[in-house]
Design a protein around this ligand. Sequence first.
Ligand SMILES: C[S@@+](CC[C@H](N)C(=O)[O-])C[C@H]1O[C@@H](n2cnc3c(N)ncnc32)[C@H](O)[C@@H]1O
Length: 236
Amino acid sequence: MNANPSKHYDDMGMGYIRKSKQNLHNVYYNNPAIISLAGEVKGKEVFEVGCGGGSITEWLAKEGASVTACDISEQMVKYTKKKLGSKAKVLIADISKPLVFLETNSTDLIIASLVLHYISNWLPVFSEFNRILKKDGSIIISVHHPHADWKWFNKTNYFKKELYEDSWTIDGKSYPVNFYHRTLANMFAIFRKNGFFVDILLEPFPIPEAKEVDARSYETLLSNPHFLFLRLKKEG
Ligand SMILES: C[S@@+](CC[C@H](N)C(=O)[O-])C[C@H]1O[C@@H](n2cnc3c(N)ncnc32)[C@H](O)[C@@H]1O
C-alpha cells in the first residue's frame, strides 16, 4: 500500500477540481493563507508543485509571476495547462524524482500547497528544492496538521510515521486518497538537514466569508487546526 496520488487524482478528475473550487478548506482557508505568505510575487520565478486544478497557479500568473507548475496527475495537468494557456508552464512531474527541467539557483519561490503529505520520503524532495532555489528564496508549504490528522483517524501513536487510508466522496462516489502522517519534529529535522529553517509558522482561521459557505466547518476550524502553513528560508 502506498499513497499512489497520480491514480487518486486521475480517478477523481473533474469531480475533484469542481469540489476544490468551492470547498471551504481550499478557497476560504488554504488559499488565503498561502497567498498571505507569498506576498508580492510580481516578476518572481515561481515553481508550484502539485498544482492540481491550478487555483494558485492562476493567482500567481495574474499577479505577474513567471510560473512553472507541475503535477503527477495527467488529468490535473491537462486541465490546468488548458486553463492557463501561455500564462504558465505546466508539466507532468513527480516531485519525488529529480527536477531535471529546472536549473540550479533558478527559482525565487517554491509553493507546495497540500501536496507533501502524499510523499513518503521528503529528503530527496528538499534536496532538490535546495538546489533549484536562489540564495534568498523561500518555500511555502501547507500540509495536514500533524496534531490534527492522527485524531481524525483515531490513531493511538502520534509518533509513528505511517500511511493513513483516507477516502473522499465526490458526486456520490468514494475514492481512496491515502496520505502520510509524520511528526512536526520529523518535518523540521528534514528542513534543517537540507539547509532550511522555518521563518513563519501559521495556524490560521478561515477567512470570515467562510461562515456563509459552510457554517459548521467554519466553527470547527475556529477550535481545531486542520492544515499547517510554513514558510522556509535557506540557511545563511
Ligand atoms: C490536494 S491536491 C492540491 C492541489 C493544489 N496544490 C491546491 O492547493 O489546490 C494535491 C495535488 O498534488 C498532486 N501530487 C501528489 N503527489 C505528487 C507528486 N509526487 N508530484 C507531483 N504532484 C503530486 C496530486 O496529483 C494533486 O493534484
